[in-house]
Design a protein around this ligand. Structure first.
Ligand code: TXA
Ligand code: MG
Length: 339
């Protein structure tokens, strides 16, 4: 099956594209790195090697590019992504570092460690990439190709592992080709990756907590911290503070899904050209009915309506196709009653 994730890409950003993308694979030399930066700047998708696994990169500051990335992976949900940057100076523009985070960055960056941190004020990363959370996952990779792309591009790059959703993470360019050829613009071949498993993820939002084991061992992290890590799974003895690891963004205002009309006092999260009149405030995910644009607007529109103090947010039906599945998944969780 071929999915045209570029169908509604604005012509200003990119000329007309074929339904199926011609995925180029280039040896990761200097020209290829320049090409990668160009493609990313046009909102395209580039797979590149890191020391852990190959990542599928998009401009972290471009919500529509991020939406296309989810579509290319076929992810059924908007999991938050890791923002990759070249160095600590760039990382500080995205996130706030407490003493633990500084110690870990000093010990392991560049390298296979991802830190989940509070977002810095004015963090330029698209809300879709952080799935609407106030935290952000940041990593400084150690691979020379990843480093060159980040330096030449000059903006943060979000990159999940470069595989179709549900498949194993790729450690060679051939794995990426097998999974994503025809769905992305460019693959940079830098040979097999050296670490071969994903980065270790540690949250420094309070008690430092291991969210995912990976390329840096728990023992090495605990040595650098000078104390033990908590586990994301409460281990009976020391349950985590509630809300500390809030895994997804949830608005305070009740959501009413599949609304085709609005009640008095309600705000409206609209989709498509036929929004009903009469809402206290209306924001349209995409007036033209473009699911890529809708995904890019989802979290920022939800937040804006949530801040208005309305009795409820009526949400128009979103079609269950391409990115619509992930949008509906998010809306269903946001609408679910919470404890
Ligand atoms: O080695 C790696 O980390 C590779 C390379 C390409 O850098 N990337 C990677 O990304 O494994 P991905 O998307 O496959 O895994 C990212 C993980 C997800 O499990 C996601 O839920 C978690 O990071 N994550 C991202 N932001 C988060 C946040 N704010 N809070 C908690 N978890 C977060
Ligand atoms: Mg993955």
């Amino acid at each position: 099956m071929t999915v045209n994730i570029y169908a509604d890409r604005s012509p200003r950003k990119r000329p007309k594209l074929p339904v199926k993308l011609a995925t180029r694979t280039l040896n990761a030399d200097r020209d290829a790195v320049a090409a990668a930066a160009r493609v990313l700047g046009e909102g395209g998708l580039v797979a590149f090697p890191t020391e852990t696994v190959y990542g599928l990169g998009a401009d972290a500051t471009d919500g529509e590019a991020v939406a296309r990335l989810y579509a290319a992976k076929g992810r059924p949900r908007f999991n938050p992504l890791i923002a990759h940057v070249a160095d600590m100076t760039a990382a500080r523009e995205l996130a706030r570092f407490n003493a633990d985070a500084k110690a870990l960055a000093r010990a392991f960056w560049p390298g296979p460690l991802t830190l989940v941190l509070p977002q810095a004020r004015g963090c330029p990363v698209a809300e879709l990439a952080t799935a609407g959370l106030d935290s952000i996952a940041v990593r400084v990779p150690d691979h020379p190709v990843a480093q060159s792309i980040l330096k030449v591009f000059g903006r943060p790059i979000v990159a999940p592992s470069a595989n179709r959703s549900g498949h194993v993470s790729p450690t060679t360019a051939a794995h990426v080709q097998a999974d994503l050829s025809g769905r992305i613009d460019l693959i940079l071949d830098g040979g097999p990756t050296s670490v071969g498993v994903e980065s270790t993820i540690v949250a420094c939002l309070g008690v430092p907590t291991l969210l995912r084991p990976g390329g840096v061992s728990r023992a090495a992290i605990e040595r650098a911290l000078g104390r033990p890590l908590a586990d994301a799974e409460p281990s009976g003895e020391a349950p985590l503070a509630p809300g500390m690891l809030a895994s997804h963004y949830a608005p305070k205002t009740p959501l009413r899904l599949n609304a085709i009309s609005v009640n008095p006092g309600e705000a409206l999260l609209a989709f498509g050209p036929d929004a009903p009149k009469g809402a206290a405030k209306t924001l349209n995910l995409s007036a033209s009915g473009d699911l890529v644009e809708a995904a890019a607007n989802l979290f920022s529109h939800l937040r804006a309506l949530d801040a208005g103090g309305f009795t409820a947010i009526a949400v128009m039906p979103i079609p269950y196709e391409s990115l619509g599945d992930a949008i509906n998944d998010r809306l269903a969780r946001a609408a679910a009653p919470r404890p």
